[in-house]
Design a protein around this ligand. Sequence first.
Ligand code: NI
Ligand code: MN
Length: 226
Amino acid sequence: MRITYYGHSCFGVETKGKHLVFDPFITPNELAKDIAINSIKADYLLISHGHGDHVADGVAIGKNTGAKAVSNFEIISWFEQKGVPGHPMNHGGKVQFDFGVVKYVNAVHSSVLPDGTYGGNPGGFVVWNDEVCFYFAGDTALTMDMKLIPATCPKLDFAILPIGDNFTMGYEDAAIACDYIDCDKVIGCHYDTFGYIKIDHSAAKKAFVDKGKELILLPIGESLDL
Ligand code: NI
Ligand code: MN
């Protein structure tokens, strides 16, 4: 599978011939100004919660590509009202798609859509098939609920965790989350985009190395084959 970073918490994942896009927030992100949203392929849009920095380009990409949105019931109702079809889920539920299984898992955060519509409770996703299993945490604090992931899902190959602090856990707590989710390889997200979440990259990587973990900070626009 191939993962591409589009800045903030937005990633493209190509697996089993399908393109998944997580938390599309590109055009408002000055750091991602070189990413053209019209060039992004998507069969599915996975939306962790309703905040603008996770849904901003969702409707545009959905309409460009014909992608189906996957999120909680409230967010999918909002996408469908805007003409993007979706698959509604809620916490603890999993569903088999043509690329693999998606489980919607707990996040400790808040959620409202940009126009004030109630966004339900925020979540994250565990995605697996016969080539990969990974966790996309969305925006969350460190929470004991993360221990449910290794208890209920296949062994993770990697996790995408927020590390920017202030609105989510910081890198120190994300390094602890590695133990809770039983996964030593992390791709960081939700850092540097705004003043509140600017971080020292070498200090973040050191916090992981000191615990025997790996933190990958992908440059925006770059891909990794995993
Ligand atoms: Ni948020
Ligand atoms: Mn956010």
